[in-house]
Design a protein around this ligand. Structure first.
Ligand code: FE2
Length: 289
């Protein structure tokens, strides 16, 4: 343990921008945009969702992500509301329910569909893309999928509840295992004006994204406000200090060890070189996924 505390501060703040992907799914793209291309090892963060009113107006409740390939990285889907039905070309299929997570290592490649379904008129969640180092890019595809009851939560401070998808809080460990990037993925709910401090792993890149209410990040005079749908890139210290505003807050905190390798990226393929991207297209077209 380090025995001097320096507080992380917001080194960059940005707002997600509306985007559309798959068959017209409405989403807010926060990482993987012109503003923030990536935050090593994170390649993309989308918040997606519809509510019934939107669906009725625009008929987009059946929109989803029909068959598409992935190679060279991991996709992490965390459902807040509604369900996501998924199916791949290796015979894996399932239904993600509210509060569940799927950490999918695409590795050398698979082709899958991801079709959201509303429940009680709502559907909402996150998709995060996590890069893999060169040595793991062509690994066999693998799923780590957990129901809500398999994701532990803890109350590390008054008015603070943390669901631990990956990483550890006060000895409580989340179920995801990925030594390549040693990730943290927390869903943090704070009551009005509740505060929490957390020691970030040394050397990790980290961000926080507020999806309900508002909060401030940083300590004392360094604290900066973070409104709903704003992302803060954290840096310059090892302890996250977060405090909710008057109406409380809910945010995800995500951190991972940077890979520090060249990134060659085209759509659903993320490799190290252009040649590997071209090979991915050939392999996909020739049915080798
Ligand atoms: Fe996908």
């Amino acid at each position: 343990m380090r025995n001097t505390t320096t507080h992380a501060h917001v080194i960059r703040k940005l707002r997600g921008r509306p985007a559309s992907d798959g068959a017209g799914v409405k989403l807010t793209r926060v990482i993987g945009s012109p503003e923030l291309d990536h935050l090593d090892p994170f390649l993309l963060l989308d918040e997606f969702g519809t509510d019934r009113a939107e669906a009725d107006l625009e008929g987009n409740q059946l929109a989803g992500f029909p068959e598409h390939p992935h190679r060279g990285f991991e996709t992490v889907t965390y459902m807040l509301n509604g369900r996501m039905r998924h199916k791949d070309n290796h015979g894996n299929e399932g239904l993600l329910v509210p509060g569940s997570v799927q950490w999918m290592t695409a590795g050398r490649g698979l082709v899958h569909s991801e079709m959201p379904e509303q429940q009680e008129g709502r559907m909402r969640g996150f998709q995060l893309w996590v890069n893999l180092p060169a040595k793991d890019k062509m690994t066999a595809p693998r799923y780590q999928e957990f129901a809500p009851e398999q994701i532990p939560s803890t109350q590390p401070a008054e008015g603070v509840s943390v669901k631990i998808i990956a990483g550890e809080v006060d000895g409580v460990r989340g179920p995801i295992v990925q030594p390549a990037t040693d990730p943290i993925y927390f869903d943090i709910a704070l009551a009005p004006n509740a505060a929490w401090q957390f020691l970030l792993p040394a050397g990790h890149n980290a961000f926080a994204y507020v999806f309900e209410g508002n909060a401030s990040i940083g300590d004392g005079e360094d604290a900066r406000p973070l409104d709903v749908q704003e992302l803060a890139v954290l840096g310059g210290g090892d302890t996250l200090a977060v405090r909710a505003g008057d109406s409380g807050a809910q945010l995800i905190l995500v951190a991972g060890r940077p890979i520090n390798e060249p990134v060659a990226r085209h759509g659903p393929f993320v490799m190290n070189t252009r040649q590997e991207i071209m090979q991915a297209f050939v392999d996909f077209q020739e049915g080798r996924f």
